[in-house]
Ligand binder design. Structure first.
Ligand SMILES: Cc1ncc(COP(=O)(O)O)c(C=O)c1O
Length: 446
């Protein structure tokens, strides 16, 4: 029965971020149900969902409250357009989001996923400057190792990488500044004595082209898909101050870091920096339904509010904008985050995870161990002394993925970076079990 499903998959399905030929070596798992942090396959196995099903399933699978919220909404209204119509789940969600968001964010624009939340922010920032008589501001600045999604605008501001290099003819011109990647410091220095010298290129761009900059886009404290790079709060604060100094907007992409992931509701709360735009998705529905939102300040919103004939309208939308089912589940997820004090739970789980992560330091091919909140990462290297990475062709990550399955772990390394993005429903003993089993996998790597 399993093999029949797998053949039918191979005949018709094309999976994301996947070299489909790999399925000849390692077919996809046929998952038929899930509960809490475990995925169950049709052949009777279980796997720990160590990456929260692509970083969104924060509260665990099959959650009774989230399922009940979905059922309730299904019986009321499943979908309608969101132009000329509104509905209670969207209104309640917007109220709840603005109540917990960083100061100053007052309006919510809905879309479907993380990439669209970013596209909205980029387009709004650009149009803001046109609506306010500064059309020369059309330049965006992003970080090397930044990742903001796979649509064309989001790729343009993301760091150049294997994910997007083939699409470079499609991408618009943006500036990219070195990432605050302390293990591989772009300035060859050491934190904290470096004085955050890696901010200098941003300073130079802003000095030379400051009046052309529309916005700086950045993932607060964790460059996630770019290699789970955790960076110092002073970098974020410094970058925001420099970009604000030249009058640019600040876009925080908390699509991966939002909703308790780093030990605060939003990662930027651990800093003094605040944005003009905040992009959220993933944990907003605890991973149950697709939804993206872009929160903006009143000042941004007001620049679009005018007589229709003056052409200041924001012409952007998607069929499923503010889908009522997704909004209702998101409202319930936000209630759970606050009522069940999930921030505090994550803070105590983080102590367990980050302490356990230290055992990786003793393994011969581990170059760096880093983490924040319920994210822990290990960067594997060929040579610890030179930090020489394993070559792409060696496919170390793929090997770890395959060995992980034998230990009932669903790991999905980013190249040479093996990481956890754990769901918050895990008990401490399970966190330790996952780390211990992953340690066994890495210790036996050939
Ligand atoms: C920081 C960040 N921004 C944007 C995205 C894109 O989100 P989506 O895959 O929902 O389009 C991701 C996805 O991993 C992300 O981590």
């Amino acid at each position: 029965m399993v093999s029949e499903w797998i053949s039918r998959d191979a005949a018709r399905c094309w999976h994301p971020f996947t070299q489909m030929k790999d399925y000849e070596l390692q077919p996809p798992l046929l998952i038929t149900r899930a509960r809490g942090a475990k995925l169950f396959s049709a052949d009777g196995n279980y796997y720990y969902d160590t990456i929260s099903s692509w970083w969104c399933n924060t509260l665990g699978h099959n959650h009774p409250r989230l399922k009940a919220a979905l059922r309730r909404q299904m019986n009321q209204l499943e979908h309608t357009l969101f132009a000329g119509i509104t509905h209670p789940p969207a209104i309640e969600l917007a109220e709840r989001l603005t109540a917990i968001a960083p100061e100053g964010l007052k309006k919510v624009f809905f879309s479907d996923n993380g990439s669209t939340a970013v596209e909205v922010a980029l387009k709004m920032s650009l149009q803001y400057w046109r609506n306010t008589a500064q059309p020369q501001r059309s330049l965006f600045i992003g970080l090397d190792h930044g990742y903001h999604g796979d649509t064309v605008g989001a790729m343009s501001v993301s760091g150049r990488s294997a994910f997007n290099e083939v699409f470079s003819p499609l991408l618009f011109d943006a500036r990219h500044v070195p990432a605050p990647y302390c293990y591989r410091c772009p300035c060859g220095k050491q934190y904290p004595s470096c004085g955050i010298a890696c901010l200098e290129p941003l300073r130079q761009i802003c000095a030379a082209e400051g009046n052309r900059v529309s916005a700086l886009i950045i993932e607060p404290l964790l460059l996630a898909a770019g290699g789970m790079i955790v960076y110092p709060r002073e970098y974020l604060e410094g970058a925001v101050a420099i970009a604000r100094g030249c009058g640019a907007h600040i876009i925080f992409d908390e699509i991966a870091t939002g909703f308790c992931r780093t030990g605060t509701m939003f990662a930027c709360e651990q800093t003094a920096a605040t944005p003009d735009f905040l992009c959220l998705s993933k944990g907003i529905t605890a991973g149950y339904l697709p939804l993206g939102v872009t929160l903006v300040t009143e000042q941004i919103y007001q620049a679009f509010y005018d007589d229709y004939t003056r052409k200041k309208t924001f012409y952007h939308g998607h069929t499923y904008t503010a889908n009522p089912l997704a909004c209702a589940v998101a409202v319930e997820a936000l209630k759970i985050y606050t009522e069940e004090r999930v921030v505090e739970r994550v803070q105590s789980q983080a102590v367990v995870l980050q302490k356990a992560m230290q055992q990786f330091r003793h393994l011969p091919n581990v170059g760096d161990v880093r983490g924040i909140g319920m994210v822990g990462a290990v960067e594997l290297v060929r040579d610890r002394a030179t930090k020489e990475p394993f070559a792409f062709e060696q496919r170390v990550g793929f090997q770890v993925y395959r060995e992980g399955l034998a230990e009932h772990l669903l790991l999905r390394p980013l190249g040479n970076v093996i990481y956890f993005f754990l769901p918050f429903c895990l008990r401490d003993a399970e966190i330790l079990r996952i780390v211990r089993r992953t340690h066994a996998v890495l210790a036996h790597l050939k």
